[in-house]
Design a protein around this ligand. Structure first.
Ligand SMILES: [Zn+2]
Length: 378
């Protein structure tokens, strides 16, 4: 990982060498040579860029997950490079409001035959060749325009509004997609499974019921293959434009046993299969909104690391969302500490906007980072 921060540190070279030896690839606690990655998710920004970068410097922020418009802004780009900020370009893959508005036929389809839509969460079917080609071209164009250090694949999965899935949910109650003609055909061909002839004219719901009752394992396998396949294509496209670019994937924060293997069965994210295709795995550990404890943040990162030995970079929420229970300063501080525990590479805050509005949380972040005992790999 390129990281030009910490120029202030005395004995920089000696420290770097020390860390390089301490953190050989695959070693536990594989923090970056220059310490933890401290990231913020920032989608748009209206104020002064120079002030923004000054503030990031004072907070120890060395990583920015940016939306395409901000990432392509020439002043933002120049200042990010000058300040040694590692940039992750957030690239939503199967989430695209404009495409769905133009052609509602692109919607993914749930097992009840309805559109994969829940509030603002609307998913595109993952097997439409025309859409996939447009996304691959868009990724190439944005890598060229934004020139990020990392292409960060978001919504790189099947539909689920996981932000509102709480620990008491049963696996059967979770949505399963995509059962449109395109996916059902791809599934049968790829997995050598054939729907009975008498279902040929049946409703989508009946076909889905048959698949899930008779070939649930093959269905999950096909979903995971479909997601991994698209990651491989997008990574290859990005490398074509910028050979040194790294790839990240945002993952649904479900551990191996959660919801009966739900991470594979529902979003189709098999981290073991994905790890060799990407440089980072970034679980969205927004504990408060999914009614978990701050300690759960670390357990999600640890679970991914145990299974992949990959580079895990959890993101946490700064402010409450969706549910109204209090999210105290003490809880936030604990979540930061948990996110930084080895083998995590650091912590990413969702979002900069929320952090910027909360001076007490900024101070808490400084306090945690100032405590050497809480740094990963130390
Ligand atoms: Zn589909």
């Amino acid at each position: 990982m390129k990281n030009k921060a910490h120029k202030r540190a005395g004995g920089f070279l000696a420290l770097s060498l020390l860390f390089l030896f301490s953190f050989a690839p695959g070693a536990a606690g594989a923090a970056t040579p220059n310490g933890p990655m401290i990231g913020v998710k920032i989608y748009e920004y209206a104020g002064s860029f120079s002030k923004l970068f000054e503030e990031w410097h004072s907070l120890g922020v060395n990583t920015a997950f940016v939306g395409a418009a901000l990432g392509a802004d020439p002043e933002f780009k120049a200042l990010a490079k000058k300040n040694g900020i590692t940039t992750f370009l957030i690239f939503p893959v199967f989430f695209d409001d404009a495409e769905l508005e133009k052609d509602p036929g692109l919607y993914a389809v749930k097992s009840d035959g309805e559109r994969a839509e829940d509030d603002w969460v609307k998913f595109v079917c993952p097997t439409r060749e025309d859409y996939r080609c447009r996304k691959i071209e868009e990724a190439k164009r944005l890598v060229r325009e934004v020139d990020p250090d990392v292409l960060s694949l978001d919504f790189m999965r099947f539909f689920v509004f996981w932000e509102q899935v709480y620990p008491d949910r049963t696996p059967e109650s979770l949505p399963n997609t995509c059962f449109d003609t395109s996916c059902l055909e791809a599934f049968q061909k790829e997995m050598n499974v054939h729907l009975p002839e008498d279902l040929a004219g049946a409703k989508t719901a009946n076909k889905a019921k048959w698949v899930l009752a008779n070939h649930a394992r093959e269905w999950t396998e096909w979903k995971c293959r479909t997601i991994a396949g698209m990651v491989r294509l997008l990574a290859a496209a990005a490398h074509e434009v910028k050979p040194s670019i790294k790839i990240n994937i945002h993952t649904v924060p479900w551990r191996k046993g959660d919801f009966g293997g739900g991470i594979e069965a529902v979003p189709g994210q098999d981290v073991v299969r994905l790890a060799p295709l990407v440089d980072f795995i970034s679980p969205m550990c927004y504990h408060h909104m999914v009614r978990r404890t701050p300690a759960w943040v670390h357990s999600v990162a640890q679970d991914i690391y145990d299974r992949t030995h990959g580079r895990v970079l959890p993101s946490i929420q700064v402010d409450k969302a969706y549910i109204d229970d209090p999210y105290t300063l003490a809880q936030f501080k604990e979540a930061v500490t948990e996110a930084l525990k080895p083998p995590s590479l650091g912590v990413v805050f969702w979002s900069w906007d929320a952090l910027n509005k909360a001076p007490d949380r900024k101070e808490a972040l400084k306090a945690v980072l100032g405590d050497p005992g809480s740094r990963p790999g130390r």
